[in-house]
Unconditional design. Sequence first.
Length: 242
Amino acid sequence: MPDRIVRRSVGGVLAVLVALAALLTAGAAPAAGYGPATPTLTDNVWGGYVATGSGFQSIQGSWTEPDASCTSTNDLYAPWVGIDGYGSQTVEQTGVETNCENGTPEYRAWYEIYPAAPVYWNDPVQAGDVITGKVVAQGGGSYDITLTDQTAGWSEHTVQSIDGTNVSAEAVIESPTGSYPSFARLDFSGITVNGQVFDAYSPQGIDSGGYVPGPLSNGAFSMTPGGSVGGSAHHVTGPVRY
C-alpha cells in the first residue's frame, strides 16, 4: 500500500475559510489505509524488500504467519507481496491481515487493487500457517492474483484490472494504522520476480515500525524487531487500504 501524496490547490482566502468551516461542522477525519510507499529507507509505511525499475511482470513469495500479540486494539498489519506502489499510485497485492480491534489477533486473507479497498476471502488462517502469494501482470491492465494457505490447504484466485505501471515489486509488511502487534520473527522465502530469484534485482531493504529486514539470500529474509519506532500511530477512520 503506498503513502498517499495529497495535493491541495486553494483558489483564495474565502475558499480556505469555507473549507475549514465545512470540516469543523462535519468533524471529518482523513481515511487511512494501505497504499503506495514513500521512497525512504527507514520508518517507512512498508518494511521488507522492494525492487524498482520497470517491466515487473510477476512476483511470488511465501511467508510464515507469526504468533502475534496485541498491544493495542489499534494494532493492524499485513505481510504481502505485490507489484507497483513504490514510485506509482497503484498497487496490485495480496496478503494476510492481522487485526487486533477486538483485543486478540484475527487473521484475514485478502487482495487489493489500490486505490480500491481490500477484498477479504472467508478462509481460515492461523499463526504458523505457511502462505504463498502470487501476482502476475498479464498485459492490458489485467492482473492475475493467487493466495494459497499451504498449511490449511486452501487457495484463492482472482483476475482484476487496473492501469498499473509495473515499476516495482515487493515483499513487505505494512501497518495502515502505524501500530504493529508484537511478534518475534516473520520469515519470507522463495521470493521470485519475473521467474528469477528476488536477489537478482538488487532490491533495497526498508524498515517499518521498529521491524527491520535481515539479509536477503536466495529469495529469503526475516523481519525482526530491531529498529526505533518513529512517527506516531493513528486510528483508521475510513476503509482500510494497504
